[in-house]
Design a protein around this ligand. Structure first.
Ligand SMILES: [Mg+2]
Length: 129
């Protein structure tokens, strides 16, 4: 399984990568636009990601904007098998807003701090595990 971990904090990326070490091949991006570049490169080389784990709060392009950009690329290129997107949200962000965003973008979300049980639970629900 191919996974892209997107977070502006390297500690968070490394932590998620450690949790998935025996489960997925993980690449990392430090921001939304870098994530988009890597997403496009993976598509172009016909090795798309199975799951993108995306922090929301990042300087520059946010996780929200990057997720929406990915969905519009999939729509433009008529990609049937859409990538699973798992948004990482802070504890204090409004859950109603997250629910409606994730419904609109066919994404799931997980509240930080990420635990192994929480991560594997949501990845099972997404059908990637
Ligand atoms: Mg952040």
């Amino acid at each position: 399984m191919k996974c892209l971990i997107v977070d502006d904090e390297i500690f968070c990326r490394e932590f998620v990568a450690t949790l998935l070490r025996t489960t997925a091949d993980c690449d990392q991006a430090g921001g939304g636009s870098e994530a988009l570049d890597m997403y496009n490169r993976a598509l172009a080389s016909d090795e798309p990601y199975d799951v993108i784990i995306m922090d929301i709060m990042m300087p520059g392009m946010s996780g929200h904007d990057a997720a929406m950009a990915i969905r519009s690329i999939e729509k433009e290129q008529k990609i049937d098998k859409r990538v699973n997107i798992l948004m990482l949200t802070a504890l204090n962000s409004a859950n109603d807003a997250m629910d409606s965003f994730c419904n609109a973008q066919s994404a799931a979300y997980l509240v930080k701090p990420v635990s192994k049980a929480g991560l594997f639970n949501v990845m099972t629900k997404l059908g990637v595990l």
